[in-house]
Design a protein around this ligand. Structure first.
Ligand code: G3P
Length: 217
């Protein structure tokens, strides 16, 4: 399963890329609004750093506006994936952009029929928002399971990109279900590195090693 970072923050991305676990990045207007500087330049810098798919979202709400904004975003770098919200206009724009060979990530997916429709018009990715469903007592990962089953049954090339991730267990469940991608805030990736038994184990190894060295001198 691929791991994407869900952030528009260059420092966060710079810190994670050298670990070799970042396959791509997703942004959205809320994330980009937190960053200072030209959004186009930020997207370009992210592409240069990551050398993998980087989702950049349109803010137009009519299909023609989405298509022209999508073309503009796609021209920034070959790694750009145009992110489009799941609306009637978004679906129409996806059809046009995908037909031109542009990869589209259809976002704000909250139901299986939405994912199916996005796949039918050629979306490269669908982004079910699991955390926001969990927040309203709906099983977010249950939705991912449904989408994975549907896409497998009909051999859709569309990748399931698990979004709105809140913790490491979302990563574990996404991987077990065979989701293609999990996009995570940096805090969630950091949490995967923490295990008290690893820390205790390492401290003991080093202590035993030092003891042995000292007894030899
Ligand atoms: O990028 C879309 C998604 O991951 C947003 O997550 O935490 O705002 O629900 P969140």
């Amino acid at each position: 399963m691929k791991i994407f970072l869900d952030t528009g923050n260059l420092k966060e991305i710079e810190a994670m890329v050298p670990l070799g676990i970042v396959d791509g990045v997703t942004t959205n207007p809320s994330l980009m609004a937190k960053e200072s500087g030209d959004p186009r330049a930020i997207i370009k810098s992210i592409c240069d750093l990551v050398q993998g798919p980087v989702s950049a979202e349109v803010v137009a709400t009519d299909w023609e506006g989405m298509v022209s904004e999508g073309r503009e975003l796609a021209s920034i770098d070959p790694h750009v994936v145009v992110k489009v919200p799941f609306t009637r206009d978004g679906v129409r724009a996806t059809k046009v952009l995908a037909g031109e060979g542009t990869r589209v990530n259809v976002t704000l997916i909250f139901s299986a029929p939405q994912a199916l429709i996005a796949a039918k018009v050629g979306a490269a990715y669908v982004s079910p928002f699991v955390g926001r469903l969990d927040d309203i007592s709906v099983d977010g990962m249950g939705l991912v399971q449904q989408i994975v089953e549907i896409f497998e049954a009909f051999s859709f090339a569309t990748e399931v990109l698990v979004a709105s991730v809140r913790g490491p267990m979302h990563i574990v469940e996404a991987a077990r279900m065979g989701a293609d991608v999990c996009t995570c805030p940096v805090s969630v990736v950091e949490a995967c590195f923490k295990h008290p038994l690893t820390d205790i184990g390492l401290a003991k190894f080093l202590k035993d090693w030092e003891k042995a060295q000292a007894s030899r001198t």
